[in-house]
Design a protein. Structure first.
Length: 129
């Protein structure tokens, strides 16, 4: 019996779930999706977060974000009226502020803690403020 390497590779790919025809080749959740990129996800009109899940997922006290200038800020408290108390991680005695969520969204580059994740630009049509 002669072995066909292409047939064996095809069968192995199907078994592993990496072929184009395989139903397991598609992402099952946004957190595991590798394509399209996060910045090209489409706006979900049914979501109360307005398609900005990455930004809101770590907007909690104790989280640290990096702004577009490279400074890192710790969130001290997230108040009921949409204001956030933040403190500069490296110069806490000099930089402590109470700012609206819109200012954080405008200046954020990435979440640093609890995880390192880049925050994509806002979805077109979403207005903060």
């Amino acid at each position: 019996m002669k072995l066909n390497p292409k047939k064996i590779a095809s069968d192995l790919a199907d078994l592993a779930g990496v072929s184009v025809e395989s139903p397991t080749n598609e992402a099952t959740s946004w957190s595991s999706q590798t394509s399209p990129q996060v910045s090209s996800q489409t706006f979900d009109p049914k979501s109360p977060l307005g398609g900005d899940n990455i930004f809101y997922s770590f907007l909690i006290p104790g989280a640290v974000f990096q702004d577009k200038n490279g400074d890192q800020w710790e969130i001290l408290s997230y108040e009921w009226n949409g204001r956030v108390e933040i403190e500069n991680r490296w110069y806490p005695s000099q930089s402590n502020a109470n700012v609206p969520v819109a200012d954080i969204r405008r200046s954020i580059h990435s979440w640093v803690e609890p995880v390192q994740i880049k925050v994509p630009p806002p979805v077109p049509g979403v207005i903060y403020g």
